[in-house]
Every structure is written in C-alpha cells, then in structure tokens.
Ligand binder design. Structure first.
Ligand code: F6R
Length: 639
C-alpha cells in the first residue's frame, strides 16, 4: 500500500510528490540526496549502489554531481552503478548509446572506478541476452540491492524501457520499444527508421526492490503522463502506476510537469481558492466543458456540484459570473488582428491606432509563420498593414538528402543551359552522391550540403510569404548562428543572435510583433528563438521610444494550442481563408508528405494546422459563442 495521504489538497495523488519551481532546483535537490547517500555510506565504509537513468531528464542531476565532485570534493570511489537500460543492438561507441551518454554526462568527469559501472550490453548475441540479464540481476542482489534508483518517465508511462503491458514483477530482459518511444528517440537517431526496435531494460520488479526510488519529470510535455501515473488507477497500460504500490517512492517534478495534477489544474476541486479573474475564467470554461453546456446555461447547482460553490457564494449570482465570462471570451474574437481603424477599441484585443501598423512576424523555422498563423498573416497584409516576416533560423537540418541531389541536378542543368562551366558544381554533386550512402544516423552534413538545404528552405519561405502578399524587401532571413551546428543539438544563444535581432527590430520599429511562444518543449528551437526576441526587446526597452508602444503576441507552433481560457485574441478564418492558408503551407514542399522531424504526430503540417484551428473554433462554439470555420489563437506577452 502507498503511504497514507492525509492532505485534502493531495487527495487525488496516490504517491508522494514534491514540486519545485523549476527543473534546476529540482535537479539540485535530487543531486543533494544522492550526494548525502554517498557520503553517509562513505562514513560507514560502505558502498553506495545506485540505479541510474539516461535521457534528458537526469542531465541536470548529473551536472550538479559533477560540480560537487569538482568543487566540493564529492568522491565516487565507493559508488557502484547500474544503468536501467540500453538500446539493442547498440555499439557502446555509438553517439546514441547509453554508454556514450553516461560517460559524456557523468562518468568521464568523476572519480568512479570504471569496473564499478554497469550498463546493459547492446553488443550481445541474441542467445546470450537471457544469461546476461540473469547475471545483471544477480550482481545487484549480491551487492545487497540498489540503495537508490532514479527514473525518468516516457510519454507511454514507461520506466526504464518497461513499456505498457510490462508485468509488475518483470526482471531485466529484452523488450520491444513502443512506437511513441521510438518517435521520441527519433531526433537522436536522425529519424525514427534508425531507432532500434529493441532494448535491454531492468524490469519493474528490479526497480521495485530499490530501497529508495525517485522519479523525475520536467516540462509540460510530461504533464499528461504524470497525471496518469500519480492520480490514475494502477494498470499495466501505464507501467509507472505500479510505483503507487511502493513504500519508498517519490516523484520530483517541476511546476510544468505537475501542472495537470488536480491541485494545480483544477484547484477548486480540492481546496478553497483565491478567485482572481484568470482562475474564474478557467473554472467556468472548465465547468462548461465538463458538463457539456454553453457558459450562459450554467446553473448554481452546476457550480455547487463541481467544487465551485465558494465562487458562487463569493461572487454570485452565477448568472452574472456567466455573463461576465461570456463577454470576456466574446471580446477576444476579432477579424482585425492589426486593430480595427475608427472603432472603439476599449473591448478589442488590439489598438485601433495607428490604423496601419508595422508588424513583424518572427518565424523560428521557415514555415512556422504560415503553419501557425497563416490566416492572420494574410489578413494583416490584406488589411494594409506594413507586414514583415523574419525567419530566425535556416531550418537546414530538416531537409531530406535526396532533395539536395534534386536541386543540385537542377543547378547543373541550368548552368549548362546558359553555357557556363559546371565542373565545380559537378564535383560537389559527385562528392554528395558519394557521401550520402555512407552517412551514419545523425552524422553532420558538409557545409556545402547544409547550405543547399538552407537555400531550399529559403526559396520555399519566400514563395510562402510572397503568396501571403509580401514584397521581397519585407522578407528577412536571419540565419541565427546558435542554430548552425548541423545537428539536432544546437549551440547556446550568443551575443550575435541577440544583436541580429536588435538590428532588425531597430530597422522596422514595429508596433506589433508575432512570435512563437511555445513553452512545452523546453529545449526546442521555438523557445530559444522566443527568448532571443525577449532579450533583444529587454535591451531596447527604456532606450527606444517605439518599444513602449510595441505589443508582443505569441502564437503556438504546430503541436499545441493555447487553452481556451488563456486566449486573448482569436482571429476567425472563413472557409476561403483556410484554403489560402493551406496553399501558403504547400509552398514548403520539402516539409510536405513526410518531414524529417514530424514530431510525434503522423499528420502533415497543413492537416495539423487545419485540425487545430477548426478545433479552436469548435471550442468557442461549444461555449455558446458564434460558430466559425476556424480560428487562430494568440496570447499577449507583456514584457
Ligand atoms: C532512460 C530510460 C527512460 C527515460 C524516459 C524519459 O534510461 O530508461 O525510461 O527515463 O524515456 O526520457 P527523457 O528523460 O529523455 O524524457
């Protein structure tokens, strides 16, 4: 049985959960616990036996342990480690192997004895695997078991690589990876096809025997699975729910990963709340969705039956609350994303003046502008605003190799056709043809190839922006240097990234900025691009008068939409505009059919864009607002 939970606020939670404001603080807390364990074992002259995980989640913990080793004399001489898993087959020297990961992030930087490191062996013959797994279990047992096991969680709910269907008493064994897990790993392998289908993993039973288990999760991406693992019923469909049966487990989360737990997401169900206007809006919209009624039909009984009696008493009658919220949502709808000239703008999302605005649409990759806000883009141009688009990165990692050959062949033929010498081009082309078949998963392309890939995306972006109605001098390619590694892992943001952004902003002095405000993917290019804009604005603020009158609107990328209660501007699209937007997206040919980085969604980008905008419109409709074909949603970021 899980430990007794005596708190009203956490009554939906079936295991202990600690929430930190960010992943850094949480990682340091976990690292401190590991360090304390190592030291207390040292004091007793004993070994500390640790179960370790890979993936993005524990990276901060390992970094802090390395720091403590270097700066605070933490020694790992008495530490023995067992890693949870390894892909199969996998050479230890491969970039993607968990051996490489562990040495890069931890072992190479500390004083652990190499013989004390154990990682499942991805090089075994199939018929050696069972014996290896039994020996792995036995080694752990002979050392007295794991003192502490740290875990991440996959979006399938896997711990280790114990995918849905794993038995609670499973031991170390060979497993088949879920499709979602392979899609998540695709970035590391340069495409899903190269992700192994199998792995060797410790079992749930192995993990369970550890004297202490800490499962960590960061970011909104993990929030849905964390909710299931913490509040859901125990089930083989979500292997992490088995941890609810442990007496020794703790989940360590950042605020984003915890955000869907009842106490944070719908706090009125578990405690009295301070009803500020945002919470009120969220609760009323939630209630309407929960019982499938439009906002104006919600009754006092509905409020009382759904944890909202306190709100009804404090701020009722409920009909007045309903009207207030209905009006607020109504006022987010506008067909004038640049403001409506000569109109009373006191209840409109954008200012009426100046009637013609200078707007910049920042697009992290060369197609986010049209995918995410193509309808609004076209409308802004149609309504006569001075619209610029700025493509922040070259997007050159996301082009298939065969497209490069196609364009090179084109270049050679064209050059020949005008009677020019093609010897140099021909040589480059032949080098490329020789290189591609030998290319390893995620191997970096030559600079020439990266250039061609960037040019392909550039021509597509010009074509898309031109279709939306822009003149060439309003289309800007920033090619921010942080992105130009040729790999999925990018550099950290540098001075030049910020300076290029400042220069462009200074040149245009916009009254309106649109930018991708995607916070779900903490390491992703979108968030980095957003932070660069913020850093640039921050430096200009107070120095440049135009900044005071500049509004920053966030849109979401292809994957997520804002919650209805968050939306501050909803731009409806007519059926005809939906088709214009689709055509603009189609200009990005290299991203059509099967893009290199589809994310975890098999749909093409234009389909996702249309499904999403249709869904936003339907959400408004269900709340009792007007029924539109589609809507693009924005939230203002006050900087
Ligand atoms: C890693 C492992 C996996 C990961 C999980 C989360 O050794 O066994 O269970 O912990 O897939 O991965 P990240 O941390 O990359 O989100």
């Amino acid at each position: 049985m899980a430990r007794l939970n005596l708190l009203e606020e956490t009554r939906y939670e079936k295991l202990p959960v600690s929430v930190y404001s960010n992943q850094h603080e949480a990682s340091v807390a976990v690292a401190n616990r590991i360090a304390d364990l190592i030291r207390s074992k040292q004091a007793k002259g004993e070994k500390a036996v640790l179960g370790l995980a890979t993936g993005v989640t524990p990276i901060g913990v390992y970094a802090e342990l390395v720091r403590q080793h270097k700066e605070a004399g933490l020694s790992f001489k008495n530490v023995i480690t067992f890693n949870l898993d390894e892909y199969y087959p996998m050479k230890p020297t491969a970039q993607q192997s968990y051996v490489t990961f562990m040495y890069d992030n931890l072992f190479s930087h500390i004083d652990i004895e190499k013989d004390n490191v154990h990682i499942p062996d991805g090089t075994l013959d199939k018929d050696e695997v069972v014996a290896f797994c039994l020996a792995y279990e036995k080694q752990i047992e002979e050392l007295g078991g794991l003192d502490l096991q740290i875990l991440g969680i996959g979006r399938t709910g896997h711990i280790g690589f114990n995918e849905p269907g794993s038995a609670p008493n499973s031991g170390t064994r060979m497993v088949t990876l879920d499709d979602l897990t392979r899609r998540d790993a695709a970035r590391d392998f340069g495409g899903k096809a190269d992700v192994p289908t199998k792995a060797i993993t410790m079992g749930i039973g192995t993990i369970f025997k550890a004297r202490e288990i800490i499962l960590m999760a960061w970011s909104k991406k993990k929030a849905p699975i964390i909710k299931k693992a913490v509040e859901g019923e125990i089930s083989g469909d979500v292997p992490a729910t088995y941890l609810q049966l442990s007496q020794h487990v703790e989940f360590v989360l950042d605020a984003d990963a915890a955000s869907e737990l009842t106490r944070f997401d719908t706090p009125w169900l578990v405690k009295d709340c301070v009803w500020d206007s945002q919470l009120k809006k969220k609760a009323v919209i939630w209630l309407a969705n929960e019982i499938n009624k439009p906002v104006l039909k919600l009754t006092e009984e509905d409020y009382n039956n759904h944890g909202m009696a306190q709100l009804a008493v404090e701020q009722g009658p409920v009909y007045n609350i309903n009207i207030d919220i209905f009006n607020q949502i109504q006022h987010t709808i506008t067909g004038w994303p640049g403001g409506k000239p000569d109109a009373d703008d006191s209840q409109r999302p954008e200012r009426a003046l100046p009637a013609k605005k200078r707007s910049i649409i920042f697009s992290p990759h060369p197609d986010d502008d049209v995918i995410s806000m193509g309808g609004t883009f076209i409308r802004l141009v149609d309504q006569g605003h001075d619209v610029h688009v700025a493509y922040q990165t070259s997007g050159n990692t996301a082009v298939w190799d065969d497209d490069v050959l196609r364009y090179m062949e084109f270049a050679i033929d064209f050059t020949k056709s005008i009677g020019e010498d093609t010897a140099h081009l021909q040589k480059s082309y032949e080098d490329m043809r020789a290189f591609f078949p030998t290319k390893q998963p995620n191997e970096i392309d030559t600079q020439e190839i990266r250039n061609v890939k960037g040019f392909i995306r550039k021509t597509e972006a010009i074509s898309g922006a031109r279709y939306a109605g822009l003149q060439d001098d309003h289309i800007h390619f920033m090619a921010l240097p942080f992105y130009e590694t040729g790999k999925t892992k990018k550099n950290s943001v540098g001075e030049e990234d910020i300076q290029l952004t400042i220069d462009l902003l200074q040149k245009i002095k916009p009254q309106q900025i649109f930018a991708a405000g995607d916070f779900a993917d903490p390491n992703g290019t979108h968030l980095v691009c957003f932070k660069i804009i913020l850093a640039a604005l921050d430096r200009l603020k107070g120095k440049e008068a135009w900044v005071e009158d500049c509004w920053l609107w966030m849109y979401r990328g292809a994957w997520h939409e804002f919650e209805t209660y968050e939306i501050e501007m909803a731009v409806p699209l007519s059926p005809q505009e939906v088709i214009r937007k689709r055509n603009a997206i189609f200009k990005h040919q290299s991203q059509k059919d099967t893009p290199v980085f589809p994310g975890d969604d098999a749909r093409e980008f234009w389909v996702r864009a249309e499904d999403r905008t249709r869904d936003t419109a339907q959400r408004y409709d269900r709340l009792g607002l007007a029924e539109y074909e589609a809507m693009e949603a924005f939230v203002r970021y006050k900087f």
